[in-house]
Design a protein around this ligand. Structure first.
Ligand code: PMV
Length: 339
């Protein structure tokens, strides 16, 4: 498939964003109050871009936000551009700093002021959860307040998407659907929250590895789209799974939710494994965890999993199984997405 490779494309992030900005963008306050955005886990994954510049997806996706786990961000006027992460100043040439300042620059557009951006992630690094989704969502909310942009939620979501695709979904709590959209400028590709709550749903974070992965999700996606024939089946799988998840959520049918999320994650990983060079994020402990989950199911415990582009496993279960799941996964960090 050759979807993400049109380098002649004229639509840039800058050209889309500037349509929503006043002629000059200046801070309206010296410093904003800290804003928060939750991390999220996709039950139907975003995998593959139809436009790499704007992070436009090939399929719609659906996630669940992780309540209090996420990123807190504050922006203030400063003498020099500075990025702080978890209380430490990050070197200006560090990849993280550059990503943050480049994102600010999409709005600041060379205006004569510098900023200090302070971010704190309370996502346990030990859980190996991506922080880019909550990080870019919180940064977008902070930019909106700092520059007094007053952007609509759907625009905020579309702009957060340009930082990191999954950030489009981190603007909201609970179940969130990111609609792929069809427009070339991507302004119909934003996330919306579902109204349904599911109070006894639980997510468990199983740590396999916390090391930085060798292939990030952007490169992994591109490699899969470009080299795996198996990828052609992915949009069909994702569309069917999305439909099943809507049904599962509407009926509060946990078996359908768990089966769909697990099959969706494994289908995504199958397309990665079928890429060239092959892409296998799993480690022996990931496989061991999967086997424990399947064993638990064989013994009657309703336990399922999902995983992103990394070796860590996220368990899905309901409150009544929590004690049993904790026995099988000692030290498990459990999140109640609906409080
Ligand atoms: O938002 P990105 O570029 O980090 O990509 C996220 C990709 C997955 O985590 C594998 C799937 C998803 O929908 O979150």
């Amino acid at each position: 498939m050759n979807i993400s490779k049109d380098s002649s494309k004229a639509i840039t992030k800058e050209s889309v964003i500037e349509r929503y900005l006043p002629a000059t963008v200046v801070p309206v306050v010296d410093s904003i109050d800290t804003v928060f955005a939750p991390s999220n886990i996709a039950l139907c994954k975003y995998w593959g871009k139809r436009d790499a510049e704007l992070n436009l997806p090939i399929n719609s996706s659906l996630s669940i936000s992780l309540a209090h786990l996420g990123s807190k961000t504050r922006i203030s006027v400063s003498d020099t551009d500075q990025v702080w992460l978890n209380g430490n100043l990050v070197a200006a040439d560090d990849k993280f700093s550059r990503k943050v300042i480049n994102f600010i620059e999409l709005f600041r557009r060379g205006a004569a002021h510098s900023v200090k951006v302070e971010t704190e992630n309370n996502i346990p690094t030990a859980a190996g959860l991506a922080s880019s989704a909550s990080g870019f969502a919180a940064l977008m909310l902070a930019v909106n307040t700092f520059y007094g942009l007053d952007l609509e939620p759907q625009v905020l979501s579309a702009f957060a998407r340009m930082g990191s695709g999954s950030a489009s979904r981190s603007l909201y709590e609970g179940f969130v659907e990111w609609q792929m959209g069809v427009r070339e400028d991507g302004m119909d590709s934003f996330a919306l929250p579902l109204t349904t709550r599911w109070s006894d749903l639980r997510v468990g974070l199983v740590k396999v590895s916390t090391g930085e992965k060798a292939v990030d999700s952007r490169s992994g996606m591109n490699r899969t789209v470009d080299t795996a024939h198996l990828y052609q089946s992915w949009p069909l799988q994702a569309a069917a799974d999305l439909e099943r998840l809507h049904r599962a959520i509407a009926d509060q049918n946990f078996t359908l939710l768990g089966e769909t999320a697990e099959q969706n994650a494994l289908s995504m990983h199958a397309t990665m494994i079928a890429s060239w060079p092959p892409l296998l994020y799993w480690q022996p402990d990931s496989v061991a965890a999967m086997q424990s989950i399947w064993q638990a199911r064989a013994e009657g415990v309703e336990l399922y999993f999902t995983m992103d582009a990394g070796p860590n496993i996220k368990l899905l279960f309901t409150a009544d199984a929590e004690a049993e799941v904790k026995l099988r996964f000692p030290g498990l960090e459990v999140v109640a997405p609906f409080g």
